[in-house]
Design a binder for this molecule. Structure first.
Ligand SMILES: [Zn+2]
Length: 134
């Protein structure tokens, strides 16, 4: 059987556009995939660089995978996920980092990964577009 995983990202406000939304925001997100408020505020006020933020988040996700592999495997098995955070599209956001870590993990598990990018109106799937326009 062909194992595939489609990974996309989205701004939380658009979550109803997709059927595979997963909230990973610090504010309302799923535990195990969120950053911390300290990281978010430190980055926003300039006390933490993108590199530092990325390093800390990567370490957190390594621990998350070791501690709760079932959470990661559930995403793989679902076949598609759209990772959501409140940051606007096009700026540095941990949803882009997690998308990449998930890709690496899924590929290591033998999955073919489709990186669908950020969901914007013109990148919704046809069924999503039909649903949204109703
Ligand atoms: Zn974000």
């Amino acid at each position: 059987m062909d194992k595939t995983l489609r990974i996309r990202t989205i701004q939380v406000g658009r979550r109803l556009w997709v059927e595979d939304f997963m909230d990973i925001s610090v504010k309302s997100g799923k535990l195990g995939f969120t950053p911390t408020w300290h990281m978010v505020w430190s980055y926003k006020n300039g006390a933490m660089s993108q590199d530092e933020y990325t390093k800390i988040y990567a370490e957190m996700m390594t621990r998350s995978l070791l501690k709760s592999p079932e959470k990661w495997n559930a995403i793989l098995k679902s076949g598609s996920v759209t990772l959501g955070c409140y940051c606007p599209p096009g700026v540095f956001c941990h949803r882009l980092l997690l998308a990449e870590y998930l890709r690496q993990y899924a590929e290591a598990q033998g999955y073919k990964v489709i990186m669908g990018g950020e969901v914007l109106k013109d990148t919704m799937s046809l069924t999503e577009r039909q649903k949204f326009s109703q």
